[in-house]
Design a protein around this ligand. Structure first.
Ligand code: GLN
Length: 338
């Protein structure tokens, strides 16, 4: 069932989800999460994009931005890295804002593939449907839907939009862009395959170029926290006050992240952490506590699905200690009336 079929008419659909604990408690929890994750040395740094292989495996930063604009940081929160797949979440939101969620949903879908982020088999199994905007196929199809008649204009709208989410002008890492462009035959193949199935609304090779640029944008853990906090705050950047996307688009984006943000580990992630999140192969991880704030983490070593190991450990700790899991509840107070 679709939510346009579930129209609740005049019913106020806004929900309150509570607030974060006092700021000193957030600082304490952040320090604990950082120290706990720092003792983990598992995972490997991605090197299928050659330049990413040079990342420092010990780099680690953690940041929480809350919806009132408070920012809490520990570790390497101001070191830049490429946003990679985390861009998919924000480009998806911009495209839904630009053309409406219906067309994107038809063409790209919202269901988990259960397969790796760059799977060709997933496309074939679904008869050419990309299934969701967080795997490469769906993300490339989504970038093709970005308003703008030319690839140059689409790219301009992507960089402007993602900069508004971050609250500052983001820049392209040329080295990462060139390194990925020289080696991303697989993404070009995915795009051509989608095109052959009629699922791409723009030139496949030009679209992959825009997609590769969006993945090569430089951010730091603090930017990710602010970008996440914008989705937590009904689409308003809590630092700049800019309404980047609507509350409805924020909600829909978070639903997609919950189902597919950590690829084939999305179920495990939701079970452990209970929050929408999105990872990238440079070690970035953004997590959103709706109505409360965003958490940005950066630690390059990844697990088998391409998700930051330390980022996940720290986020799990914060979800528990700050009471962020959206599925958690306590029994209501009841008075014995017998
Ligand atoms: N740019 C990367 C790619 O297309 C992004 C993948 C990722 O972060 N998981 O392969």
């Amino acid at each position: 069932m679709r939510h346009d079929e579930l129209d609740l008419g005049g019913v106020d659909q806004r929900a309150r989800t509570g607030t974060l604990p006092h700021r000193s408690q957030v600082d304490t929890a952040l320090d604990e999460a950082y120290r706990r994750a720092l003792s983990h040395h598992e995972g490997t740094v991605a090197d299928y994009i050659p330049v990413l292989g040079a990342a420092d495996p010990e780099a680690f930063g953690l940041c929480i931005a809350d919806v009132s604009g408070d920012v809490h940081e520990v570790g390497d929160t101001r070191t830049a890295f490429s946003i990679q797949s985390i861009s998919k979440a924000f480009v998806y939101a911009l495209v839904c804002e630009g053309i409406g969620h219906r067309e994107v949903r038809e063409l790209v879908g919202v269901d988990n593939t259960g397969l790796p982020f760059n799977s060709v088999m997933a496309i074939e199994l679904a008869g050419g449907h990309p299934r969701n905007p967080m795997v490469n196929a769906g993300a490339i199809a989504t970038t093709a839907l970005m308003p703008g008649a030319t690839p140059e204009r689409k790219w301009q709208l992507v960089i402007e939009g993602l900069s508004r989410f971050a609250g500052r002008q983001l820049e392209l890492d040329d080295e990462v862009y060139r390194s990925e462009s020289d080696t991303n035959d697989r993404n070009r193949a995915i795009a051509r395959l989608l095109y052959s199935y009629g699922r791409m609304r723009a030139d496949p090779v030009e679209t992959v170029d825009v997609y590769t640029k969006q993945c090569s944008l430089l951010v730091d853990a603090r930017d990710l926290a602010v970008m996440g906090a914008t989705l937590a705050d009904g689409g308003v950047n809590p630092l700049t006050g800019d309404q980047v996307v609507s509350p409805e688009v924020s909600r829909d984006t978070l639903a997609v992240l919950a189902s597919a943000g950590l690829y084939e580990h999305s179920g495990e992630w939701l079970y452990e952490i209970g929050l929408p999140g999105k990872s990238g192969v440079a070690g970035g991880l953004v997590t959103v506590a709706p109505g409360k704030g965003g958490l940005g983490a950066w630690a390059p070593p990844l697990d088998g699905a391409g998700n930051s190991v330390r980022g996940q450990i720290a986020t799990a700790h914060l979800s528990r200690t700050l009471g962020l899991n959206i599925f958690a509840s306590a029994p209501a107070d009841r008075q014995d009336t017998r």
